[in-house]
Design a protein around this ligand. Structure first.
Ligand code: ATP
Length: 221
C-alpha cells in the first residue's frame, strides 16, 4: 500500500544553504516521497531570534527551491504570530491532507538531540512520522526518554511511505558539512561562501547586504 507521501523540513533557514536543499532532494528521492516542504519558522522557541527578518528568510527559501522538482517553500509558520511550534504545524498539515497520506517530519541529528525540549514532542507522532537524517559532525545522543520512546516506533526508512504517522526512521544521506552559523560567520567577514549557497540565495544576500558586518537585520516581528 503506497500512500501519497510528503516530507516537512522545518528550520530557521537563516539563511537556507546547500545542505538543506541537497538533503531534502535526496531524501525525497530515497524515500519515494512526492514533495518536501521547507517551512521557515517565525520565532524559533529553542534558540536566539534569527538575524534576518521572516520575509528575507522566506524569500531566500523560495529562491533556493525555485525550479527544483519536489521541493516547495511553505510560509504557514510566518503567517502565525508568536513562537512556531512544530506540533501545531503538523496538526494543521494533517488536517489539510486527510488521514490517507504519509506525512514525514524531518530533522537533522542536532535537532533530534534536543527533541526532549520541544513543546509536546510526543504528539508529533500523532500527526506524522519522524525522520532523523544524520548530520555530519553530530553524533545522535537523544536523552533516554526520547531514545526509548523512539525505539518502539523504529521502522526501515523504505517503509515510511506506507505509514501515515507514528513511525520513526533514521537515514544516512550524502553528508553536507554546511551550517547557517558558518555561512553567517563568513558573511560577517564580508566573504560570500558561494559553494555553500544556492546561486539565487547568494545574489539575494549580496543585493540586500544581509549578515554583513554588525547584525542589523534582526527579526523584530
Ligand atoms: P544554525 O547553524 O543557525 O543552527 P542550521 O544550518 O542548523 O542553522 P536550521 O535552519 O537550523 O539550519 O536547520 C533546519 C533543519 O535542517 C534542522 O533539522 C537541521 O538539523 C537540518 N540541517 C541543517 N543543516 C544541515 C546539513 N548540512 N545536513 C543535514 N541536515 C541539516
Amino acid at each position: 500500500m503506497n500512500l501519497p507521501a510528503i516530507a516537512i523540513l522545518g528550520g530557521t533557514f537563516d539563511p537556507v544553504h546547500i545542505g538543506h536543499v541537497r538533503s531534502a532532494q535526496e531524501l525525497c528521492h530515497r524515500l519515494g516521497l512526492n514533495q518536501c516542504l521547507l517551512v521557515p519558522c517565525h520565532l524559533p522557541p529553542h534558540r536566539e531570534s534569527p538575524q534576518s527578518s521572516a520575509d528575507h528568510r522566506l524569500q531566500m527559501v523560495e529562491l533556493a527551491v525555485a525550479g527544483i522538482d519536489g521541493l516547495a517553500a511553505d510560509d504557514r509558520e510566518l503567517r502565525r504570530s508568536g513562537p512556531s511550534y512544530t506540533v501545531d504545524t503538523l496538526a494543521e498539515i494533517r488536517a489539510e491532507q486527510g488521514a490517507a497520506v504519509s506525512v514525514n517530519f524531518v530533522m537533522g541529528s542536532d535537532a533530534y538531540n534536543n527533541l526532549h525540549t520541544w513543546s509536546r514532542w510526543q504528539s508529533l507522532f500523532e500527526f506524522a512520522n519522524v525522520v532523523v537524517m544524520h548530520r555530519d559532525g553530530f553524533r545522535e545522543t537523544p536523552v533516554p526518554e526520547v531514545r526509548d520512546y523512539a525505539a518502539t516506533r523504529l521502522v526501515d526508512p523504505e517503509r515510511l511511505k506506507d505509514i501515515s504517522h507514528g513511525a520513526m526512521a533514521h537515514v544516512a544521506l550524502t553528508p553536507w558539512p554546511q551550517s547557517a552559523t558558518q555561512v553567517r560567520e563568513y558573511l560577517q567577514r564580508g566573504v560570500i561562501p558561494g559553494d555553500s549557497l544556492p546561486a539565487g540565495v547568494a545574489d539575494y544576500i549580496k543585493q540586500h547586504r544581509l549578515y554583513f558586518g554588525e547584525p542589523e537585520n534582526a527579526d523584530k516581528a
